[in-house]
Design a protein around this ligand. Structure first.
Ligand code: ZN
Ligand code: ZN
Ligand code: FE
Length: 688
């Protein structure tokens, strides 16, 4: 038995909702067997109405007839309802309550038109909605949500409206309209009609189309009301900064009260919260950035069977996986685990998913980072499990970048019999030598990887504050490359004398510093060196700038190159020196940014060739958060294919830490202290 994911309202249902002669005309909860809420309303299996949050709504005679008629589109459609028997909308502002579909919709449209912030209860939780065309409204939302620059997603009525805001190719258009209706990151048009504060300084805009009947009605005229429907609405997760999305009505009222001016709710409870999914497209293929609504909790088939396993994922962008046999059910997006509310949401989601699939966890897979909250939680959970069961519960540590690579192999169905070359580039992950890794060239399989090579370790200022200040990372990289902190360089100017002095002391005495081979930090450093951005307010902000500057480059002959040493260490000093020379001789900054991307792609090719010469391996994978960069993924992929490699990139789970859990399942299975009995035929009798 499967729990289906939530699916966007189908065309047939939309047509009914907009048809004045249909009995579901303007019914905001219209669904059928092909569409509607599933995962978010299911409390138990089998999937029947009494096991969903629709159990509170008794079917009226007309709905019951449809439900029991095998020829009807709604035959055994569990969540169906109509005006008579279904859930009801409610709007509330300053204690004034409005009910009735049209009055509620008119009130919401009036609020949006007036620039107010509306908390709207949707499928998997609350959204915060404001008029995306109003600078003032968007900025108020930013202030109240305590969110400086991180882009907001925008919902528009249809594909035509989306095309007015962004450049959309065929693949992007079909992704927008796919059953999951994800947020698709698109190239924003210069005069796209939305406020620049929706995605300040960001060339991409996250767009999504209406995926519930309510959304469709929101963008249409309300009969009898004299209000202009909105043209574009910011739809951002109803939460405070990094907290999980609100889905329980009382909790939402409490947590969102300081942000929202009004509430639009309904009385169909949400059982499991689920954020919107986010994707980008690379050469026509989907690159998942966040795998959530529309996908969770669809299983990913494993290349081989495993004992019941809970893989707890990483620390940021957390998702976890519950696996048994040859299926891994991946959770919805949960978020940043350093946040107490997220940890609570994580815990209840684990309980729900293991309950639903009746998985009696025998193995826990955790990241090896001693500071991760997921790891600490899993250690306590293992003790609790051991106390309540006679089964042997084991906890297996999985190195961060090994998990990234395994996750890429698993989604491509690799059985692990042939080792794979993995380029695992991300911001940070705990290495086996207790330093911070993130520019890793790994060769191996599920059982083990060899750290064949890596970006040269550089002493970087440690902690969060350095991550938020790419100019400090740039200064550390300049120092490591023996480049003077000359006041002609942008990152040097970005730090005042005090900051520079402290940094100098830190790096000289190696206090508050970490040795890091992070490729993500190198992207930050280069973005600062090119004067793009010295301070960031959200993850990868500087790297995104760098990608898009490079994207605008016109072809030049300017090149920089990493030094690849015999021991596999990749030295960035020649790249940094080359870029500084380029800056001094007035080379266009876009050309410099492009040359940097090219250098990374090129050194990937050189490493792969050497590994092929040594070990005759022909499959190379690109994974880790850095490969959310479409330009880099494309350049590196092209380079590897030119050289004759089969290239693996992500299509199912994100390259970022949101995809870790799948790999943890596989590595833990092969690293288990239990007798191996590896079974590559995928037979369920021999679990690993
Ligand atoms: Zn439908
Ligand atoms: Zn009914
Ligand atoms: Fe990572």
């Amino acid at each position: 038995t499967l729990i289906p994911p939530d699916t966007a309202t189908c065309d047939d249902c939309v047509a009914e909702v907009l048809d004045p002669t249909n009995r579901r005309f303007r019914h905001a909860f219209t669904t059928c067997t092909a569409c509607g809420p599933r995962f978010t309303i299911i409390g138990a299996l089998p999937y029947d109405r009494p096991h969903t949050t629709m159990r509170e709504f008794a079917l009226c005679a007309a709905c019951a007839a449809e439900y029991s008629d095998p020829r009807d589109r709604r035959h055994h459609a569990q969540p169906i309802a109509c005006h008579r028997c279904g859930p009801q909308l409610q709007h509330e502002r300053f204690g004034q309550v409005t009910t009735g579909t049209d009055d509620v919709l008119a009130a919401v449209q009036a609020d949006v038109d007036a620039g107010l912030i509306v908390a709207i209860k949707g499928l998997g939780g609350y959204h915060l909605a404001v008029d995306a065309t109003s600078d003032e409204a968007v900025n108020r939302l930013r202030r109240r949500k305590d969110r400086a620059d991180k882009p907001f997603a925008v919902m528009v009525a249809d594909l035509d409206a989306a095309r007015r805001m962004a450049h959309i190719n065929d693949a992007e258009a079909s992704a927008l309209r796919s059953p999951a209706h994800p947020i698709v990151l698109l190239r924003a048009r210069a005069a796209g009609g939305v406020s620049p504060f929706v995605a300040p300084g960001n060339p991409l805009i996250g767009v999504l189309l209406p995926y519930t009947p309510f959304h469709h009605l929101l963008f249409g005229r309300v009969p009898g009301a004299d209000i202009r429907p909105p043209s574009a609405v910011v739809m951002t997760s109803g939460n405070v900064s990094e907290e999980p999305i609100c889905f329980d009505d009382d909790d939402a009222r409490r947590r969102l009260a300081p942000i929202a001016d009004s509430f639009c709710t309904h009385n169909r409870p949400i059982h499991t919260p689920c954020d919107d999914s986010v994707i980008r497209l690379v050469d026509g293929s989907e690159l998942p950035i966040r795998r959530s609504r529309g996908h969770a909790p669809l299983p990913v088939g494993l290349p081989g069977a495993v004992v019941p396993t809970l893989a707890v994922g990483g620390e940021i962008k957390n998702t976890f996986a519950v696996a048994a046999g040859s299926d891994a059910w991946l959770s919805q997006h949960l978020g940043d685990m350093s946040n107490h509310e997220t940890l609570t949401a994580f815990e209840s989601s684990v309980a729900r998913l293991t309950d639903l699939y009746r998985v009696d966890t025998q193995r826990l897979a955790v990241d090896a980072h001693p500071g991760y909250h997921t790891r600490r939680w899993a250690t306590e959970y293992a003790d609790r499990l051991a106390a309540t069961t006679t089964a042997d519960v084991e906890l297996v540590e999985v190195q961060h970048h090994h998990a990234h690579l395994a996750s890429l192999m698993a989604e491509h169905g690799h059985d692990g019999r042939r080792p794979v070359i993995g380029f695992v580039f991300d911001g940070t992950g705990y290495g086996t030598d207790h330093t911070m890794w993130g520019g890793e060239v790994l060769v191996g399989d599920y059982a083990a990887v060899d750290r064949w090579g890596h970006l040269g370790g550089v002493l970087l200022p440690g902690g969060d504050s350095a991550v938020h200040n790419p100019c400090r990372t740039a200064l550390a990289h300049l120092r490591a490359s023996d480049i003077d902190w000359s006041e002609t360089l942008a990152p040097v100017l970005a730090c005042d004398e005090t900051e520079r002095r402290i940094l100098h002391q830190q790096l000289t005495r190696s206090t508050n510093c970490v040795t890091s081979s992070s490729m993500g930090r190198l992207f930050d450093a280069v973005a600062s060196l090119l004067g793009l951005r010295h301070r960031i307010t959200y993850e990868a902000q500087a790297a995104i700038d760098l990608e898009f500057l490079a994207d605008r480059a016109v072809p030049t002959s300017f090149r920089v190159d990493f030094a690849l040493h015999d021991d596999g260490s990749i030295d960035p000093a020649p790249v940094l020196r080359g870029l500084v020379r380029g800056l001094e001789s007035g080379v266009d900054r876009a050309a410099l940014a492009y040359a940097f991307h090219q250098a990374v792609a090129d050194v990937i090719g050189r490493c792969a060739e050497r590994i092929r010469d040594e070990q005759s391996l022909h499959v190379a994978g690109l994974t880790g958060g850095v490969f959310q960069n479409v330009l880099l993924t494309r350049l590196a992929g092209e380079r590897l294919r030119q050289l004759g490699f089969e290239v693996l990139t992500h299509r199912v789970v994100p390259p970022n830490d949101g995809g870790l859990a799948l790999g943890q399942v596989m590595v833990a299975a092969h690293r288990s202290r239990r007798p191996a009995g590896l079974d590559h035929e995928g037979s369920r009798t021999a679990c690993v």
